[in-house]
Every structure is written in C-alpha cells, then in structure tokens.
Design a protein around this ligand. Structure first.
Ligand code: CMP
Length: 227
C-alpha cells in the first residue's frame, strides 16, 4: 500500500469513535490492514450464514441489516448510517454472519482485516469497552423493538418507525429521505398493503404530511399511537 493510501486510511479511521483510544502505532497497524471500498445501491456487503473476513465501517451512505427465512421472507433489523460499524459479531464469536447487510444507496466503506481487528482488541482495553458499548446499544434497541412488536398495534408500529427515522429541523419533525412502504413493512412484520393503508389513514387524519422529494412531516400528535 502506498504512503498516500496509508495516510488516507488513517485519516478515516481517526474519525471513527470506536478507535478513539488507539495509539499512533496502532493506527498504523490498523490502516495497513484496511481498504476503502465504494458499493452501489442494492449491493450485499456481508451475507447471512457466510464466514467472516472483515469488519466494516460505513463512511457515507445508508445500509440495511436484514435476515430472511427459507421462503425468502425478509425482516429488516436495523438501518445503519455513516460512522457506524458492522460485521463485528462473527469476528468476535467466529460463528457465521448473523445477518446480511445491503446498501440502500451508494456507500463508502472501510473494510478492516479480521486479524488486524482482533489483534487490536487484544491490545486495547478501551477499544474492547467501545465494542461492548456498541453491542449493548444494539441490545437496547432490539429490546425496544421486541416491545414495539409485542405491545403495539400496526398503527403504533408504523408510528414508531416513522418517529425513529425522523429528526427535528427548524422546529419541525421531518423524515428527510424517502422511506419506502416495503421497507417499513419489513421492519414491523406487516404487508406492504397494510402499511400503505395505515399511511393513508395517518395522512387523512393529519398525523403525517407528504412533502416534495419523498420527505415526510410528522405532527407531534403521532406520538399518541405509542401509548
Ligand atoms: P456479523 O454477524 O458479523 O454480520 C452481520 C452484521 O450485522 C453483524 O455482525 C452486526 O454487525 C450487524 N447486526 C446484526 N444484528 C443487528 C441488529 N439487530 N442491529 C444492528 N446491527 C446488527
């Protein structure tokens, strides 16, 4: 790897909170075992059930974490954004990949070689702690999802997803990128038709307001569906 590529890799790795505790020598080691990749929308980066080679860091773009059954029915476990890492689970327990990760748009990644990552974990307690924090955060989110699926009706589940994907912008709660009904359906275990019906109902009753370019405005009263 050229010096320029090595320095570029280090610059990207420095921005990742997981690696905040690494020393300069450790950054050199990790950067040497890393490659930058770009993948177009719809590309499977890791495939459920396959052996693992690398840990990935999403530098830009969004990707979904998905599992499917033998009939091809799919459930979306999470949507990952820039700065998040994935592929650590099978590196830690040496089991096959627990889920597939598929790009939702063009994405830039850093792929870190399995052995470099494991060596780094062995040398650095703070990095172990950061990885554990990431896993605990994911468990908390999974707990919240189990609660949503077990206790809320389909209106509540849709409202939960919409709120999770929204952000405050100029005092208004907005979903900035198009969230296809099919994707919502896969997140909450409902059919696309059912999600379309619920979204229509929410729109007619003024809980959501469609905006240009697939954006969506959420009215605060939509939170009432979570009770
Ligand atoms: P791994 O099992 O190696 O490959 C698939 C990856 O998807 C997994 O590591 C995690 O990084 C990620 N993943 C699995 N389940 C979830 C989840 N519930 N939320 C977010 N990411 C997940």
């Amino acid at each position: 790897m050229s010096n320029v590529a090595l320095e570029q890799n280090k610059a990207f790795l420095r921005r990742v909170s997981l690696f905040a505790s690494l020393s300069e020598a450790q950054f050199d080691q990790l950067a040497a075992g890393s490659v930058r990749r770009n993948f177009p929308k719809g590309r499977t980066i890791v495939a459920e059930g396959e052996p693992s080679q690398s840990l990935y860091i999403l530098l830009s773009g969004r990707a979904k974490v998905q599992r499917s059954d033998s009939e091809g029915k799919e459930v979306i476990l999470a949507v990952l954004g820039s700065g998040e890492c994935f592929g650590e689970m099978s590196l830690i327990d040496d089991a096959p990949r627990s889920a597939s990760v598929i790009t939702l748009e063009s994405c830039d990644f850093m792929a870190i070689n399995k052995d470099s990552f494991k060596a780094m974990l062995m040398q650095n307690n703070e990095m172990c702690m950061a990885v554990m924090k990431g896993l605990v955060r994911r468990l908390r989110e999974a707990d919240k999802k189990i609660e949503t699926l077990a206790l809320l009706d389909v209106y509540g589940r849709v409202a939960r997803v919409l709120l999770d994907f929204s952000e405050m912008q100029g005092g208004e709660r907005i979903i900035r990128t198009k969230l296809p009904r099919q994707e919502i359906a896969k997140m909450i275990g409902a059919s696309r038709e059912m999600v379309s019906r619920v979204m229509k109902g929410l729109e007619i009753d003024g809980y959501i307001v469609p905006m240009p370019e697939g954006r969506l405005l959420l009215r605060e009263k939509i939170s009432a569906y979570l009770n």
